[in-house]
Design a protein around this ligand. Structure first.
Ligand SMILES: Nc1ncnc2c1ncn2[C@@H]1O[C@H](COP(=O)(O)OP(=O)(O)O)[C@@H](O)[C@H]1O
Ligand SMILES: Cc1cn([C@H]2C[C@H](O)[C@@H](COP(=O)(O)O)O2)c(=O)[nH]c1=O
Length: 204
């Protein structure tokens, strides 16, 4: 049975790497995937991993209709055996519904990758819809670690290493950002609640 699978975890836990591995393993066996992303750090139309691998992807911007796009591709004689959607937290709930329809009506596996919660520990709307609709939710095995050594479960937004709790939900960035710009750091719940980042800990 085709499935909608949500691969979830914190930032920097290997989601995009896994997406690229799934793509590699399937294409090595002659299967044809359709790869989508949104707002990847590497730029428009890219699916990139911090390990240095990158592949071309279709940018799923606001209003993009996954179901219509896949149907149009198949109707034009194109082939599709599965779908990959990275940075799925940025998708609108309706777009997740379209991905579910790709599974149910077109019988394709859909592998979606994304972080579940934002810097304020609130669900992204796209992730919420994935939790509601996915056949399976897979938490990634390679755990990112908090500075204290515990498993990182939450994403903090930082400016100069200090945690901030105000701002827009979406700000594209990285865990290794420059000191004066917006960056991110993964933390355990205890230190997220206490707003203790690696920088604030070393200044205690
Ligand atoms: N220099 C490195 N050597 C080995 N592994 C690395 C290196 N840099 C990053 N990684 C691995 O890549 C992971 C991040 O992968 P990525 O797919 O970009 O994460 P995500 O998509 O979840 O944000 C890190 O957690 C780490 O396991
Ligand atoms: C927590 C949080 C993250 N983001 C952005 C930052 C990155 O561009 C992506 C996550 O990418 P990754 O491959 O999982 O590292 O999401 C955001 O916009 N808002 C947030 O609250």
């Amino acid at each position: 049975m085709p499935e909608l699978v949500f691969f979830s975890g914190t930032m920097d836990c290997g989601k995009s790497t896994l997406a690229l591995q799934i793509e590699h393993n399937r294409s090595a066996r002659g299967l044809q995937g359709m790869i989508f992303t949104r707002d990847d750090r590497a730029g428009e139309g890219k699916l990139s991993s911090r390990l240095g691998l990158v592949t071309e992807a279709v940018e799923a911007a606001d209003g993009f209709d996954f179901y219509a796009y896949v149907v149009a591709h198949l109707s034009a004689g194109g082939r599709a055996d599965y779908v990959i959607a990275d940075e799925a937290q940025f998708l609108a709930p309706e777009q997740i519904d379209q991905l579910a329809r790709v599974v149910d009506d077109l019988a394709l596996d859909v592998f979606a990758f994304g972080i579940t919660t934002d810097f304020r520990t609130k669900l992204f709307p796209g992730s919420q819809r994935l939790v509601e609709l996915a056949d399976r939710i897979e938490v990634l095995q390679v755990e990112a670690l908090c500075w204290c050594g515990a498993r990182a479960t939450h994403n903090a937004r930082t400016v100069a290493g200090q945690m901030v709790v105000e701002g827009a939900q979406v700000v594209v960035g990285d865990v290794a950002g420059a000191q004066d710009t917006v960056g991110y750091e993964v933390l355990c719940r205890r230190h997220h609640i206490r707003r203790m980042t690696a920088v604030s800990y070393t200044h205690l």
